[in-house]
Design a protein around this ligand. Structure first.
Ligand SMILES: Cc1ncc(COP(=O)(O)O)c(C=O)c1O
Length: 383
């Protein structure tokens, strides 16, 4: 029996959270609550220690060169903006894919107005990227390659290791939007050759909303976007030049960071490889079941090894909004409909402006959840 509601909107934000996340946040609020890095009393020291521990867990998770190269942000969007606005200068050229989220496209469209040039490398209709096309887009002014690691519309993985090698050979820094893959795919930024990794805490890492971050590789630096108090070097009215303080002004979301730390510990106990394996098994099961139902168009690659636990579909001439509404109203199944903040990806797979119904699983999703979803979709088709 699946437990209702069947929550299949984990690509937007994961739910449920592991009980240890809720416990850690409650414990922080009840028993700690000091301002991290801001005072010498016991509560502030406990808070500082907790923030350091979570930073260290993240540094280990992504193999950051130093714990201090992990910068806390409120989400992946903020981390991506920090890279784009803190690294690029007028006259620079940037290469991205045609599967990017608006977290990438909107800041870049703004930067185009400020003299930055953009090349968008076309992916195929499943969202797959040919790394050779990235190389062909380079110009002498190319200063950054930025790719989503996996599409939030189709779940298709982009070949970041191959592109990292191409970018390294051309001495062009490489940034990855890991919003959909942090917590699903093992990610070693030094082995792959990633200079900037933007991640969000509230999706597959299993943490609370309002958490995320940026991990810097060994050889890159950024201008801060926000200046202010850091608790350090308080004798000076000039922004500190050392990390993470240089890029982390203002009081941190300590309660969120407490939850994120607990989430990463729970994830490590479960094993990231097991998450990917579980999501791929569910997607294969889902796709196999969908083949038995007429009138359904499924997007993205059929090969589960080319993606993760995100699937988009449409039913005959029903609007995606109608299907999403009926799934919730009649079957208590929660999905995300429309363009999912990624119009570029929908242009690529041919679903702009219609959009899709998106189903996204987590490690807490069961085969029963997928069976219930298949039965619901079959009933919608029949009606
Ligand atoms: C591929 C991708 N990039 C970036 C984001 C933005 O993440 P956040 O809303 O946590 O900033 C999302 C969120 O849906 C995403 O799917």
């Amino acid at each position: 029996m699946s437990i209702l509601p069947v929550y299949l909107d984990n690509a937007a934000t994961s739910w449920p959270k592991h009980p240890s996340v809720i416990a850690a946040m409650q414990d922080y609020l009840e028993n700690c609550g000091g301002s991290p890095g801001r005072a010498g009393h016991g509560k502030a020291i406990a808070s500082t220690r907790m923030v350091y521990n979570t930073r260290d867990l993240i540094a280990t998770l992504f193999n950051a060169p130093l714990t201090d190269k992990v910068i806390f942000t409120k989400n992946a969007t903020e981390a991506i903006n920090m890279v784009l606005f803190g690294f690029l200068n007028p006259g620079d050229h940037v290469v991205v894919s045609s599967m990017e989220h608006n977290a990438v496209m909107r800041p870049l469209r703004e930067l185009e107005k400020r003299g930055i040039d953009l090349s968008i490398v076309q992916c195929d209709f499943c969202g797959r990227l040919d790394p050779a096309k990235v190389k062909s887009a380079f110009t002498p002014r190319t200063r950054l390659v930025l790719l989503t690691h996996a599409s939030n519309v189709t779940g298709t993985l982009l070949p970041i290791a191959e592109v990292a090698a191409i970018a390294r050979e051309a001495e062009i820094p490489f940034a990855v939007d890991a919003a959909q893959t942090a917590g699903v795919c093992p990610l070693d930024i030094q082995a792959i050759g990633i200079d900037f990794l933007a991640f969000t805490g509230h999706k597959s890492l299993g943490g609370p909303q309002g958490t995320g971050g940026l991990v810097l590789g060994p050889n890159v630096d950024l201008r801060p976007l926000v200046f202010g108090g850091t608790g350090s070097a308080s004798e000076s009215d000039i922004q500190p030049s050392f990390l993470p303080d240089k890029l982390e002004s203002g009081t941190l979301n300590a309660v969120g960071i407490a939850g994120l730390g607990a989430a990463i510990s729970a994830l490590n106990n479960f094993g990231i490889e097991n998450v990917l394996c579980h999501e791929r098994q569910l997607m294969k099961f889902f796709r196999d079941g969908l083949r038995e139902i007429s009138q359904i168009t499924v997007y993205g690659s059929e090969n589960p090894h080319e993606g993760l636990g995100v699937l988009s579909l449409n039913i005959a001439d029903h609007s995606c909004e109608e299907v999403g509404l009926r799934l919730e109203r009649d079957f208590d199944i929660l999905t995300r409909t429309g363009l999912q903040c990624a119009p570029a990806a929908h242009h690529t797979i041919g679903t702009f402006e219609r959009g899709t119904v998106r189903f996204s699983v987590s490690r807490f999703t069961s085969e029963e959840d997928i069976l219930a979803t298949l039965a619901a979709l079959a009933k919608i088709v029949r009606s």
